[in-house]
Design a protein around this ligand. Sequence first.
Ligand code: APR
Length: 229
Amino acid sequence: MKPKIVVFTGAGISAESGIKTFRDSDGLWEEYHIMEVATPQGWEKNRELVLDFYNKRRKQVLETKPNKGHLALVKLEKKYDVHIITQNIDDLHERAGSKKVLHLHGEIFKSRSTTNPSLIYPIKGAELNLGDKCERGSQLRPHIVWFGEQVPEMEKAYDIAAQADIFMVIGTSMVVYPAAGLIDYVKPNIPKYLIDPSDVKIGGVSNLTVIKEKAGVGLPMLLELLMNS
Ligand code: APR
């Protein structure tokens, strides 16, 4: 039985692939109003604006590729049972080769019915548009968790985090809940690692090693340590 590593990632792990984070200077939210493009109210007010916002982000993801941080996490699978819990909606972890990826905030290459949320479809290519309908004839929406909506995968994420032998936090400002609360479900006495080039505050966490680096530098360093320990 391989030791279990649980990795909690945010926008920062995709930054070196060229995808903007949310709260860094010149971040994604600098150009858009969250309320207009990432809330149910925004969707009701202007569906076309929301669809355009995600079509633009989907096109950008199609032009990017996994970076050294994503690839280092795949190499860990040789020795560890690696579970990734990500806030990211891109597919870079999967394209890097990670086998176990749980998306808390949805997936940009999926759509779902606006009348029956269990009807989920792959989006082939870059666009989801007005008039694209589910099998029941209702408009499709991005399969994304918007602000103010439930995070359906949260219970499953808590269970996975509670089984971790090693826990990592990579590239997230830890300011959006319930996702950021995941760390409270991790066993206090196991080793935890935080990789981020800026100062991220994680209060009251024991056994924490902070690696103040970008993911593309910090993760290969940590890989070296964990593969030879
Ligand atoms: N490597 C590692 N971390 C990085 C890098 C990098 N190259 N570049 C930036 N970071 C760090 C930043 O210092 C910051 O701590 O990544 C973090 C990005 O934080 P946010 O922009 O807040 O993104 P995130 O934490 O993923 O946001 C959480 O909020 O907007 C919502 O639903 C959206 O999933 C998102 C959630």
